[in-house]
Design a protein around this ligand. Structure first.
Ligand SMILES: Cc1cc2nc3c(=O)[nH]c(=O)nc-3n(C[C@H](O)[C@H](O)[C@H](O)COP(=O)(O)O)c2cc1C
Length: 196
């Protein structure tokens, strides 16, 4: 089957793109507004684009009414953010933060999470998250309707025991969650890893 993009409707393209590019990691982005309100939201258009220095991307759409999502507005205003990682134990909390709350609502409170001051940026990190990247805005670019946001990490925080001193990750401890299409997610189970 072939889908000529110019002749394919948006819903079908959406299902194809998100259904085929799997599993996607989830960047759980914390920001702070100019008024000092904390915000939290998950993004599965998330990946690493450079390692030295570490640079990450997220891609964020606008709201249905055309306004900016709080994450984008806060990042453009403050030029700082934290990307936290989602582990299995925080899966339900993450889902709560995907709801569209108004800008004055603190999503840490809504999701029962603890904001912890970051070391190098004003945005807080999620205390309960097993890993977090403290980022400064590197670039903001529009890609059609999406906001491509690149962040350069200045500090990588990993919970004690999850990484060794040389940066090797223990997946049994990290227990990352990945996203498939729609409401499907997956666990990265160490006993199912393909090892060569
Ligand atoms: C697992 C998951 C992944 C998501 N990925 C994206 C994404 O990559 N881009 C996007 O614009 N929205 C994505 N969303 C939806 C946003 O999280 C949602 O619009 C959120 O309310 C934005 O919050 P904000 O206004 O506080 O920034 C995702 C939702 C979930 C649950």
């Amino acid at each position: 089957m072939e889908f000529l993009v110019d002749r394919t409707d948006g819903d079908t393209l959406f299902r194809l793109v998100l259904g085929l590019v799997v599993p996607r990691p989830i960047g759980w982005v914390s920001t702070v507004s100019r008024e000092g309100v904390y915000n939290l939201a998950p993004f599965s258009f998330f990946n690493a684009v450079n390692d030295e220095p570490p640079v990450f991307m997220i891609s964020v759409g606008d709201r249905d009414d055309g306004s900016l999502k709080d994450t984008v507005r806060n990042i453009l205003d403050t030029e700082e953010f934290v990307i936290n990682l989602v582990s299995e134990d925080l899966f339900r909390n993450m889902l709560i933060t995907a709801e569209e709350f108004p800008p004055e609502v603190d999503e840490f409170k809504k999701a029962g999470l603890t904001p912890e001051p970051a070391k190098l940026v004003k945005a807080p990190r999620i205390k309960e998250a097993k890993a977090a990247f403290e980022c400064k805005l590197f670039k903001h670019e529009k890609v059609y309707d999406m906001h491509l946001i690149l962040g350069e990490a200045k500090l990588i925080r990993v919970e004690e025991g999850v990484a060794d001193r040389e940066g090797r990750i223990d997946y049994e401890k990290l227990r990352p969650v990945g996203r498939l299409m729609g409401s499907y997610y997956l666990r990265v189970l160490p006993d199912r890893l393909l090892k060569v």
